[in-house]
Design a protein around this ligand. Sequence first.
Ligand SMILES: N[C@@H](CCC(=O)NCCCC(=O)O)C(=O)O
Length: 255
Amino acid sequence: MPAHSILVAVPADIRTIGNHRWHAAPETYLKAIVRVAGAIPVIVPALSEELDIAEILSRVDGVLVTGSVTNVHPSRYGAEPTAAHEPYDLDRDALTEAMIKGAIARDVPLLAICRGLQEMNVALGGSLATEIQDIEGRMDHRAVDDPEQGVRYAIRQKVTAEGGSKLNRILGKQEFQVNSLHRQAIDRLAEGLTVEALAPDGTIEAVSVDGARGFALGVQWHPEYWAESDADSAAIFSAFGEACRAFRKSRATAR
Ligand SMILES: N[C@@H](CCC(=O)NCCCC(=O)O)C(=O)O
C-alpha cells in the first residue's frame, strides 16, 4: 500500500442513521481516491456556515464532489420546488456551492460526479431539468430496478466526447461506454462551462470549466464504481490524482 500524502476534500452528505444525523460519504468514492488517484480523502462536514472554506481549500490538493440520490434544491436555479424534485439535502447544497466556487477560483483540481456535475452547473448559474426520462426524445437514464449494485452500476450507455476535449485526451478516444444513472440533467448550461461529452439523446454527460488552469471536470456517470477494473474509469481517477500531485508541487514552489 503506497504512503499517500495528497489530500482530497470530499463534501459530506447528511444522512440519518438511527436517531443521529451523520455527515457521510460513500465508500466507492473514498476507495477510488485512495486506490486509483493515490490520495487521502478528507470528508468535510456539511456545516458550511461554521467552516472557513478558504482555509480548507488552502490545505487540500483536490476536491471530489460525489453523487447522491438527493437533488439540488430547485430554488438554487430559480425553479419552483415540486414533489418530483425531492429528496433534498440543503446542508450539502450550501457546502458544495462554496467548495466548487472556491476550488475553481483557486485552481484546486476538481472532479465532480453525477450530483456533483449538476451542482457544478448550478453553482456557476446554470439550471437542471428533472425527470428527464419523461421528456420526449430523451432516454431513460435511471438505474435498472435490481437489488444488486453491480447490476445498477453496469456500464451500458454510449457517450461521445467532443473531439479535442479534455476527456478525449484523458481517454484517448471519443466513443466510450459509461454507467450513467440519474433522473435529472443539465438544462441551461452555465456560462463558463464547456460541454465535454453527450449521450445519444443529447443529454450533457460531461463538462469542464472554460480556461481552467488545472483539472476541473464534471461527469454525469460513475467512474468511481469501476475505477479498479475499468480502464476508462481508472483513467479519469488517475488523471485527477496526477493533477492533484502537480497542484501540490506548484503550490509548494510558489511559497
Ligand atoms: N439526484 C440526482 C443525482 C444522481 C446521483 O448522483 N446518483 C448517485 C447514485 C444514486 C444511486 O445509487 O441510486 C439525479 O437523480 O439526477
